[in-house]
Ligand binder design. Structure first.
Ligand SMILES: Cc1cc2nc3c(=O)[nH]c(=O)nc-3n(C[C@H](O)[C@H](O)[C@H](O)COP(=O)(O)OP(=O)(O)OC[C@H]3O[C@@H](n4cnc5c(N)ncnc54)[C@H](O)[C@@H]3O)c2cc1C
Length: 329
């Protein structure tokens, strides 16, 4: 198995859990460096993400969320709160119409959920079942579990060895040499630290020009994200993006003005043209890729699909593609 990003970790975990012999090889020497995964928000938000995604993302995402909650104690299950300034009420109404799994709450209830936002927003949408993880903690948890389940994980290599029955390639954007239509979509985020504000759950601020999410990692750390730009440039965060992200956080709560900026980071999400993931079968090589904005959300479900395929053969899921014929199975 190649690649210890979130996709490869979940694949290895699922197969080791089912009692298969697993060897996961990661090319970087240091765990979780230089991956899209380390830069994720990592919201587990199947309902909110539906606003800009196909129905299948919600359908599989609900399953993914459930698997995370059952498996990983580090999941923070406090839901998502979506708010908008009064002048952007139309955006809030549109968001509500395009998504499920929420209820409209008034100012009093909003203040009970997030006291720091009390008085700032008269209403909001509350997605009570959604969750998030801190990506580094979640990946470290999976790595430990894989090893405890008897799986082998090595860093600093690029080959799974010739003796494997199957190679599951989860190498992210690197796999574009084999998967021609794979592309990269740049995402930038800012990590800030402040004790001035205490949010318990992911908050999304709707804005016609720049929607923002704020994910609380605990100990006063917050991730502000994220841009979605059609470029594979993984270079440093631009001044414009930093201004947009920080300005939106300031609009959510002026106390963010006093926060320390501890990280300005950019990564590239692997994506196919339809922004949906794919499981591509090529003889004894299986590519799992293109998780786009939903790698954390969907990786556990794709891992189950691949394990079911390896154990039972046939598959009817539309995410499977016959690599030789280049068509859905
Ligand atoms: C700013 C940002 C915010 C995001 N927010 C969210 C979010 O809130 N929720 C969510 O679900 N998703 C989110 N995502 C998307 C998510 O991060 C990606 O979908 C996911 O990380 C893709 O994971 P991956 O394992 O497929 O690829 P990667 O994370 O890129 O991992 C691939 C791994 O393969 C390794 N590799 C490459 N070639 C080889 C080789 N030959 N041999 C061995 N190893 C190899 C690489 O070193 C790397 O470690 C976000 C992404 C970004 C950039």
């Amino acid at each position: 198995m190649l690649g210890a990003g979130i996709t490869g970790l979940w694949q290895a975990h699922e197969l080791a859990y089912r009692g298969h012999a697993v060897h996961l090889v990661e090319r970087t020497v240091t765990p979780f460096s230089n991956t899209a995964s380390q830069l994720a928000g990592a919201m587990l938000a199947p309902y909110c993400e539906r606003e800009g995604a196909e129905p299948i993302v919600q359908e599989l995402g609900v399953r993914g969320l459930d698997i995370w909650k059952r498996t990983c104690p580090a999941v923070v299950s406090n839901g998502t709160l979506v708010v908008a300034q009064p002048r952007d009420r139309g955006d809030r109404l549109r968001f509500a119409l395009r998504t499920e799994g929420h209820r409209l709450i008034g100012g009093t209830q909003l203040a009970e959920l997030e006291p720091d936002l009390g008085g700032r927003f008269g209403e909001g949408l509350f997605y009570s079942s959604e969750a998030h993880v801190e990506p580094g903690h979640a990946m470290a948890f999976l790595l430990k579990r894989i090893r405890r389940l008897g799986g082998e994980v090595s860093f600093g290599g690029t080959s799974a060895g010739a003796e494997s029955d199957y190679t599951i390639d989860c190498s992210g954007l690197v796999a574009r040499k084999d998967l021609r239509s794979l592309r990269g979509v740049r995402g930038e985020r800012v990590v800030v630290q402040t004790r001035e504000i205490n949010l318990r759950r992911t908050v999304r601020l709707l804005h016609p020009r720049f929607p923002l999410y704020v994910v609380p990692w605990g100990a006063g750390m917050y991730v502000l994200g994220a841009t979605v730009l059609e470029t594979e440039d993984a270079g440093p965060v631009t001044l414009r993006s930093a201004l947009d992200l920080l300005g939106a956080a300031y609009a959510l709560h002026p106390a963010f003005g006093e926060a320390r900026v501890v990280g300005l980071e950019a990564g590239v999400r692997p994506a196919f043209p339809d922004n949906l993931p794919r499981i591509e079968l090529r003889d004894r090589r299986i590519f799992v890729n293109g998780l786009y904005r939903h790698g954390f959300l969907l990786a556990p479900v794709l891992a189950e699909m691949v394990a079911d395929y390896l154990e039972h053969g046939a598959t009817s899921d539309r995410l499977f593609v016959d690599g030789a014929a280049g068509m859905a199975l």
